[in-house]
Design a protein around this ligand. Sequence first.
Ligand SMILES: [Mg+2]
Length: 236
Amino acid sequence: MLQIPLSRSFCVFRARPLMAHSSMSSCSRSQEKARLRGVVFDMDGTLTVPVIDFAAMYKSVLGEEEYKAMRARSPSGIDILQHIETWSSEKQQKAYEIIADFERQGLDRLQIMPGAIELCGFLNSKKIRRGLITRNVKEAVDLFHLRFGMEFTPAISREFRPYKPDPAPLLHICSTWDVQPNEVIMIGDSLKDDVTCGRRAGAFTCLLDEKGSLKPRKRRLGISWQSPTKSCGTKF
Ligand SMILES: [Mg+2]
């Protein structure tokens, strides 16, 4: 049992049955007892301490009124990247510049999440692969690798389309590793991006609930729930 010294809450979601993309041979393999072969992490707010003020970023991109209207339409969160894809190229370019500016400011204050280095050391000792999927740009991933000396391979950034919550980046990693999605766990701090991506791919998922805003629903989700004031034990 690895004790991760985090004062945070985790929700672990079971893997769904494999999706239609699986071949016959992979189906029979999936019926064998699955073991954990890889862990795929989100970056911002999961491997790094959250530093980007997303509300301020969205307001700058959308304007105050449009931001309020979108919040009312989508209380679970705004998918800014998807939203601006429908804009004209000139307007889109401006939006990307604003987003890049916020992300650049975030890079200046980049901090590793407490416990992340220990967890990666543990995964190394068990020879469990580590991958990364982020909606941030490749430049940010390169800086993250450089600054903290941890390598995640593959590390998929915003340049890969379609991005999370589409399962494509996670399925790409599984295919690169030659493992089944139900042999992988996706860990992230976003229910709508990370957990959705993992579940759509058929992987196990783990939500890092930084604010402790989700209530545990043990029966349906098989949740491992810890008080925000206690350390969290994760069994591999
Ligand atoms: Mg995140």
